[in-house]
Each structure stands twice: as C-alpha cells, then as structure tokens.
Write a protein that binds this ligand. Structure first.
Ligand code: GDP
Ligand code: GDP
Length: 525
C-alpha cells in the first residue's frame, strides 16, 4: 500500500538532496488545487478574494517512502498593480532555474489558448523534464476533448482531476519514476531523509488526513477495549511540571524541532520592522539574508537557546505601503501570506491605539490558520512613562483585559508587553516562541487521553440534551496544531459549548499554550 503523507512546511527549506517539483501554469487552471491535493492541505488561507495574491507555497509530498518538495508558483491578481501578467513567465523561469521537474498545468475545460502555447515554449526551452498536467478531467467526454492539448508537444501527459483526485496516483508514480533515485550509500540516503520534517497530519483547515494504515490503527488498535499498554522504552512520556506547576506530558522527540518559522504580523506602523531589527540585531544572525525565491521573500534566521528561529519574509515586513488605505490592505494580505509559511505568529498591537478592527481581522486569520499565536502589545514605553496626552500610565492587567476581550478567540495566546524600540521584554518573546513551538508539537498518547477522560465530569458540560454524546475514546490525530479525534456514539455536531469545555479541560491537563486545539468527531456504529 502506498504511504501518502503531507506536510506543509514553512518556506523553502534548503534541503539538499530532496528534489524540487514546481507547479506552473496560468491562473485558474487549478495549480493551487493540485498543490493542495498533492500535499493534502486545503486552501483555507489561500483565498480567492480579489486583492489577495499568493506568491509561492512550499510543501512536501511523500510517496512510497520517497520525498519531494513541491512549490506552487502561484497565481496573480490582475488588479494588483505590482504584478503584471508577465509575472507568470517570470515565475515559470524561476521555476525552471530551481526545479528538477515541472508540472505544467492546463485547464481541460478551456480552449487551448495562446498563453498556454507561449508558456509551453518557454518551458520546453528550459530543458528540464516537464509533465503536462491536463486538469479538471472528470468525464470521458472532457478527456476526449482535451486530447488536443497533446499538440503542445509534451511527451508526458497526465489527465487528472485535482478536485476529485482522479489520475493523481499515476501522476505521482510518474514524477517519482522520473526523478533521480537518491544516490549514495544507504547511510547517506537516510541522512537526506532524516532532514525531512515530521509529517503533520492535520490540514490547515482542520481536516485530519490519515493514510489508510493509520486510520485502521486508530479505529481498531487504539480503542480502549485493547487496554493499551504503554511501551516502557524511551517513548514513555515523562511527567514534568510547567510554569504553573501543572503536569505537562511530553514524549521524547516531540519537543525538539530544528527550526521554527515565525511570522511577524500586524497593521502598518505597529512596529514590525522595528521588532525585526531588534530581534536580528541582538541575536546572532546566522543567515542574513537568504536570497529568497520570490521577488521579495527574504527570510532571516536567528538562533536562540539552541533553537533556530526563521523570521519569514522579512523584506515584506520592511516594505512600506503607499497610501494609508493601501498599506492597511496590504498588511492583511501579507499577514495571510506570512501565516501560510509559519508555525508561530507574533501578532503585534500598537499600545497607543489598542486593538483596532483590522487587528482583530488579522488575529482572526491567525486563529483560523491553526498557527500558534503570541500577542505582542508594542510601544508599551509610550503609554507608561512618556504619556503626552495627560492620561494616567496604562495598567497592565486592565490593558490585557481589554485586549483579551477584543480578541476573545485568541485566549490561548500568551500576551507580552514589549517595546521593540527599547528592547524591553524581547528575551521573553524569544523564550515564548520556543515554548509555544514545542507546545504545538506535543503529542498526548491515547493511554494518557483515556486516563484523562475518566476524570472528566461530563455532567458539568453545558450542552443541551439533544446534542449530548457519549465519547468512547479520544486520540490525538495530529500535532501542529494538536488535533483530537473524538470517537462517539452518534453522529451529532459537536456543540460549541461542549467543545469549549473539552478544550479547557485538555488545556488544564496538558497545556498546549499558544496553539489552537482542533477537534474532529467520528461516530461509530
Ligand atoms: P490556480 O489559479 O491555477 O491556482 O487555480 P485554482 O487551484 O485556484 O483553481 C481555479 C478554479 O478551478 C477553482 O474554482 C477550482 O475549484 C477549480 N478547479 C481546480 N481543479 C479542478 C478540477 O480538477 N476540476 C474542476 N472541475 N475544477 C477544478
Ligand atoms: P511597521 O510598519 O509595523 O513595520 O512599523 P515600524 O517598525 O516601521 O514602526 C512604526 C513607528 O513606530 C516607527 O517610527 C518606530 O520607530 C516606532 N516604534 C516601533 N516600535 C516602537 C516602540 O516600542 N516604542 C516606540 N516609542 N516607538 C516604536
């Protein structure tokens, strides 16, 4: 059986030895859908809204034990004055430079048009292997009609439906067959693969994806009937206490991640660039800057306490908007793009302004994206000592309460008062990044979950009788963000109050600071 994992990884990790496959094509042919299909992620962040441009998204695909990196070269939004149609060709050329193989996507439901022909020429001249992927082929009639795409002159033609999955397995087989097998000794080979980040089985929008083997395992082998015996090797979780003295369960390995990608998001002038400069200035900048693959995507990597922190798309942060309105709009676009590439988001609020509607808007995206969030109330220096408006100095607890009530959904996010300009509390920021990154990757075993479940008094959950359900057991199906699968007696939608109740109980028992917790329900019959 084929193993098929996805993991959306942040940014273009410079992983040597892992082939890069690029998806190119005109807008709307289905590149993003194909990317999502191949990586098992969903376009919850990559939106269709006008004005939202997505540039590049990187992911990984594992197929039969081998791994490729995949890049979606993205689409353009015609009303974005910065991106003219020739951008497609520029993207295609960049892809040609970087990729080991290209997937040239065309839309079976449109006529073969000159942009496709021009693009095909560009690609053929590139002398890299190109597979023509004729997308949206859901019926035999469409398949027949799309035969004319063969005129484009590509030897490898795959008819697929990215939306429904037809032909995707064949395409993957073809891709892996064409790419050079990893060279070198088995030791070298495993060295290459060991650099691949752990697959994360949760989609951006919370859909949990199992491969078939896993699904069987969680449904049968992990039931409480089996009276799970925890292995006594070093995967046995240790009991440790967190800051509040509560037990935190950890499994070896869960806490260690080589690199954490961090996005600094927020409205114009909240202090993003100032924070970035302060963070990179006070820490040793290891790679500064890495020339990114897009026009302006430049990441900077700093080290803190053994942890690499990749600050995503720093050039984008430094880029100043034109008009005020444009800058506000752009800050939302950038926030979404940066969230896509990050594990942890630093949501910056300007202390002199408080939480504005746009802050809440950006915070909402961060919450929905499944990223961990740390709220930074910046310019704290301006509201404490140097008040020019005659108001009394701000009080931290009162201020925090106001922020919390404006950003209710982010109640799990730590909040730190900082001054990016003076450097106040920046060490705390780095510590929190490290802690929160570990928490989002923490895994609770089914055994721990069973013991936890026994202790909860479900009678206390404020749920209408009609929506009550019996939970047989709960497993953590994914990390980053932690996603719990509830196996229940009947197929009713999880009541929000119940979800809230359960989430609070899980947090009280296991922590998960900074990260949203997602739930999936499965009725057994
Ligand atoms: P991109 O601009 O090339 O990334 O295209 P998108 O992935 O955004 O897809 C454009 C539109 O085509 C969206 O409305 C998709 O839902 C639709 N689409 C993508 N793949 C398929 C497919 O396989 N079949 C059908 N019928 N529609 C698809
Ligand atoms: P960005 O648009 O979010 O990148 O914001 P900037 O980093 O450019 O900051 C906007 C303005 O706020 C600049 O004039 C900064 O000097 C100022 N600023 C940023 N952080 C602080 C801070 O902590 N305290 C004070 N007093 N000013 C700050």
């Amino acid at each position: 059986m084929s193993k098929y994992h996805k993991s959306v990884v942040p940014a273009p990790l410079p992983i040597s030895g892992i082939p890069l496959v690029a998806i190119v094509g005109r807008p709307n042919v289905g590149k993003s859908t194909l990317f999502n299909r191949l990586t098992h992620s969903r376009r919850s962040i990559v939106g269709d809204e006008p004005g939202i441009t997505r540039d590049r998204i990187y992911g990984e695909v594992e197929w039969n034990g081998r791994v490729i990196r995949l890049v979606d070269t993205g689409g353009i939004i015609p009303d974005d004055p910065e991106l003219i149609p020739s951008e497609i060709y520029r993207q295609a050329r960049t892809a040609l430079d970087e990729a080991d193989l290209l997937l040239f996507v065309v839309d079976a439901r449109t006529e073969l048009a000159s942009p496709d022909i021009d693009l095909a020429r560009t690609l053929i001249r590139g002398r890299k292997p190109v597979f023509l992927v004729v997308n949206k082929v859901e019926t035999a009639a469409i398949a027949a009609a799309s035969e004319n795409f063969r005129q484009l002159g590509f030897r490898d033609v795959y008819m697929v439906s990215s939306e429904h999955g037809q032909g995707i397995g064949d395409l993957l087989d073809g891709v892996f067959e064409r790419l050079p097998a990893p060279v070198g000794s088995p030791a070298e080979e495993s060295a290459v693969y060991s650099e691949v980040p752990e697959p994360e089985e949760a989609d951006i929008d919370g859909e949990v994806v199992f491969d078939e083997g896993q699904e069987e395992e969680s449904a049968e082998d992990m039931g409480p009937e089996d009276d799970i015996e925890e292995p006594l090797d070093d995967s046995e979780p240790e009991e440790v206490l967190d800051e509040d003295g509560k037990p935190v369960h950890r499994t070896h390995g869960e806490y260690q991640q080589r690199e954490t990608s961090v996005a600094i998001i927020g409205r114009p002038n909240v202090g993003k660039s100032t924070l970035l400069n302060a963070l990179t200035g006070t820490s040793r900048a290891i790679v500064s800057p890495i020339a990114g693959t897009t026009r302006d995507a430049v990441d900077e990597v700093i080290e803190f306490d053994g942890q690499l922190i990749r600050l995503v798309d720093t050039a984008g942060i430094r880029r100043k908007g034109k008009t005020e309105l444009m800058a506000e709009k752009l800050s939302v676009v950038m926030a979404r793009r940066h969230l896509e590439a990050s594990d942890v988001a630093l949501l910056m609020i300007d202390a002199t302004e408080g939480v504005t509607a746009n802050d809440a808007h950006i915070g909402g995206y961060a919450h929905e994206s499944g990223r961990s969030v740390i709220i930074l109330v910046n310019k704290w220096d301006l509201v404490t000592t140097a008040r020019t408006d005659g108001k009394p100095p701000a009080d931290k607890s009162v201020y925090e309460e106001q922020v919390r009530s404006a950003l209710k959904y982010l109640d799990y996010a730590p909040l730190i008062f900082i001054s990016a300009a003076s450097g106040m509390n920046l060490d705390k920021v780095k510590k929190e990044i490290k802690r929160v990154a570990a928490q989002r990757r923490k895994r609770v075993t089914t055994g721990q979950m069973n013991r936890f479940l026994e202790k909860i008094d479900f009678q206390r959950a404020p749920v209408p009788m009609s929506r009550r359900m019996r939970i047989f057991y709960i497993t953590q199906a994914a990390v980053a963000p932690p996603t719990f699968m509830l196996f229940v007696d009947r197929d009713v939608k999880l009541h929000f109050a119940f979800e809230r109740f359960l989430e609070n109980q899980i947090r009280a028992a296991f922590g998960f600071a900074g990260t949203p917790i997602w739930f999936k329900v499965r009725a057994r019959n």
